[in-house]
Design a protein around this ligand. Structure first.
Ligand SMILES: CC(=O)[C@@H](O)[C@H](O)COP(=O)(O)O
Ligand SMILES: NCC(=O)COP(=O)(O)O
Length: 250
């Protein structure tokens, strides 16, 4: 089964939020992503709503339900009571729990399962009771014991935090070492019966080696790199459209 792609809409939402205008449209670009064959949409609402707004969630839920019933909605975030209530109301197919502090600019580490495995058990159970698959953001450091503790929470999957791997775009030697650690973490998780997702700073350039090392990688969620590519590869056509609007022959 090929690795599924879930398109993270946070970067689109952040651009939209620069103005009090409805574009770029989170719903519209989510629709284009699903029309192009993405398996799902991911959002990471944060308490200050600086990217995704809570009001975006029912819109994306309806988009998937009404137009793409085979697609999945993945909501990521720190399991505060507010976040849990949002998930229970929206009922995404998957919830990815992330140990984010509200002050963090972006996610930059996985759970410390030695400290938080017991705390996560009732949270995971509460989400699963409503039929949501639960994935836990995990460091890809090859720590098999931590993976066992992740399994003990009752979660279905882990999501490997691939930020350090993505950051090695100019240091292939270090990238290979990190890839080895990610691979060993995935092997341990799969041996425990956990599914494996991955995300953070993945790109067209670094994905193939990750999937080669982890052929059973279930899903990648990608936002920043994918949005950067969408801008780059869509720029020429867009300039043509605006030149036409200026009355220029194109
Ligand atoms: C868990 C994870 O790595 C992503 O959700 C990441 O946090 C994306 O969020 P931003 O694009 O808002 O940084
Ligand atoms: N779960 C990771 C994610 O959704 C996207 O992260 P990024 O591609 O924006 O770094």
């Amino acid at each position: 089964m090929p690795t599924k792609l879930s398109v993270n809409l946070n970067a689109i939402a952040m651009l939209r939020n620069r103005r009090d205008l409805p574009w770029p449209s989170v719903e519209g670009l989510g629709r284009i992503a699903l029309q192009a064959g993405a398996a799902g949409l991911t959002v990471h609402p944060r308490p200050d709503q600086r990217h995704i707004r809570f009001s975006d969630l029912p819109v994306i839920r309806a988009l998937i339900d009404d137009e793409f019933p085979d697609a999945e909605f993945n909501i990521e975030g720190y399991p505060s009571e507010d976040f849990m209530a949002l998930c229970e109301k929206t009922e995404p197919e998957q919830v990815t729990l992330v140990p984010d502090d509200p002050s963090q600019a972006t996610s930059d580490h996985g759970f410390d399962f030695r400290a938080s495995s017991e705390l996560l058990k009732p949270i995971v159970a509460r989400l699963k009771k409503k039929g949501m698959r639960v994935s836990l953001f995990a460091d890809g450091d090859g720590d098999g014991e931590a993976v066992k503790l992740a399994r003990a929470t009752g979660a279905d999957r882990i999501e490997l935090y691939t930020g350090p791997y993505g950051g090695c775009f100019d240091d292939p030697e270090r990238g290979a070492k990190i890839l080895d650690d990610l691979g060993r973490t995935a092997d341990a998780a799969l041996a425990e019966g956990l599914g494996v997702n991955a995300g953070h700073d993945l790109t067209v350039a670094n994905l193939p080696a990750l999937i080669k090392r982890i052929p059973k990688l279930a899903e990648v969620s990608i936002g920043h790199g994918l949005t950067a590519d969408a801008l780059e590869y869509g720029m020429a056509e867009t300039v043509h459209r605006f030149r036409r609007a200026c009355g220029q022959p194109v």
